[in-house]
Design a protein. Structure first.
Length: 425
């Protein structure tokens, strides 16, 4: 018999940790390779983790609700084999080496181009709550990464390195937390009649990703007003027949996604990501769309949106939204996004400033279509169907000139949609 480790896999680009929402097995259970053993939540997806081996579950090393870094061991399993051979099929290629390492490494957290150390949002939050100096902590995670378990061990032992204990030499090091004072959690007392709502794993994951985007990305914003009167008339003339023929709705949103995809082909810099010492211009145009449930927000991806018709995009929107609301969204549905379009107009918003879907460089908010009086080119006033397009951009990657030209191109496409020049098929 051999004892093998199963580690937290990376369930999406830029995902650094996952939360165990529910164990599907218990010690002593027999499992086959690829059988689901746990449900895991990240800021990007809900997914089931499959077993890497056939055998008997020996020990669960995390409880429901625990958040672990990618590569941390979540459970052990007894197998008939003598050595680990398959673990790398479901986890990062470095996990096996990390779990066999006997000597704890000094922490080697990620660094950005400015040489600032980066930690996961969960580790940062925990260190701030307990006033822990992370530069004094040795990490047990992949490549010496500091994990929540490392901090919890320090807290339990009572031997917590404080910021005031750092030598003059060590304080000269440039780390992320030295850039600005760490915000301490506010102790808000509950009063009679108040309702305390526990923060779920998925809500924590959303909060961590939003916080990371706001802390790391210098946001800039711009808005452009678009006359979509012709688009509204064209879509209204088609929607009943389209629904009867195709079995799903022809939404306004599909037209907007198509226009964005077309404009991204003409302005590829908008389809880029910041990577520290370089900017990566993505070849594929994969549009992330925001889909909300009562208590969470998911961002599934329309792959190769520029190659699809308006009908194809409308079908993808319908199918992805259905997967989200039925809990059937898979990890692959959430990966590969290069630009996000958010249909904020669906709940009546007319202006908003979206938080960028890290590590993408921009997000476009499509607001409500409303009737407004507009001064036409001939000086006459007419009632037109108008919509605001609100763009948030990463100012490290994009400047106002390129973003403005991109937004103007999206506007031109939308304002010139008509029965004569646009097919939904």
């Amino acid at each position: 018999m051999a004892t093998e480790n199963i580690a937290m896999p990376q369930l999406g680009e830029s995902v650094t940790e996952g939360t165990i929402s529910k164990w599907l097995v218990k010690p002593g259970d027999q499992v086959n390779k690829y059988d689901p053993i746990a449900e895991v939540m990240t800021d990007k997806v809900n997914a089931e983790i499959p077993s890497s081996f056939t055998g008997t579950i020996k020990e669960l090393l995390a409880e429901d609700g625990d958040t672990l870094a990618v590569g941390d061991i979540i459970c052990t399993i007894e197998t008939d084999g003598d050595a680990t051979t398959d673990v790398e099929e479901t986890v990062n290629k470095d996990v096996k080496e990390q779990t066999q390492e006997k000597e704890i490494k000094k922490p080697v957290p990620d660094e950005n181009s400015a040489g600032k150390v980066r930690y996961s949002p969960a580790v940062l939050k925990m260190s701030q709550e307990h006033d822990i100096d992370l530069s004094q902590v040795s990490g047990s995670g992949r490549e010496g990464r500091i994990t929540r378990k490392d901090l919890q061990k320090l807290i339990d032992s009572g031997n917590i390195p404080k910021a005031g204990e750092i030598s003059t030499e060590k304080t000269s090091k440039s780390v992320t937390m030295a850039a600005q004072p760490a915000s301490q959690p506010v102790n808000i007392p509950s009063m009679p009649g108040d309702i305390e709502i526990p923060v779920t794993g998925i809500r924590k994951a959303i909060a961590a990703n939003m916080l990371r985007s706001k802390h790391e990305v210098p946001h800039a914003w711009m808005m452009m007003e678009v006359d979509v009167t012709e688009l509204v008339q064209y879509r209204d003339s088609l929607k009943a027949e389209f629904k009867q023929r195709e079995g799903f709705s022809l939404t306004y949103f599909a037209f907007f996604v198509k226009a964005v995809a077309q404009a991204l082909k003409e302005f590829p810099m908008m389809n880029s990501m910041w990577a520290g010492d370089k900017i990566i211009q993505k070849k594929d145009i994969n549009i992330s769309i925001a889909v909300a449930t009562e208590d969470a927000l998911f961002v599934p991806v329309i792959k190769h949106a520029d190659e699809k018709s308006i009908k194809g995009i409308a079908k993808d929107i319908t199918e992805l939204a259905s997967k989200v609301r039925s809990g059937k969204l898979k990890s692959d549905d959430m990966q590969g996004g290069t630009f996000t379009v958010n249909n904020t107009g669906s709940f009546g918003s007319v202006q908003s400033m979206g938080i960028i879907n890290y590590p993408q460089a921009a997000i476009l908010q499509v607001e409500s279509i409303v009737k407004r009086p507009v001064v036409m080119n001939n000086g006459m006033i007419a009632v037109r169907d108008m919509v605001n397009l609100c763009l948030s951009l990463d100012h490290r990657v994009l400047d106002g000139l390129i973003a403005g030209r991109f937004l103007q191109r999206v506007k031109d496409i939308l304002e010139n949609i008509s029965k004569e020049n646009t097919s939904v098929y």
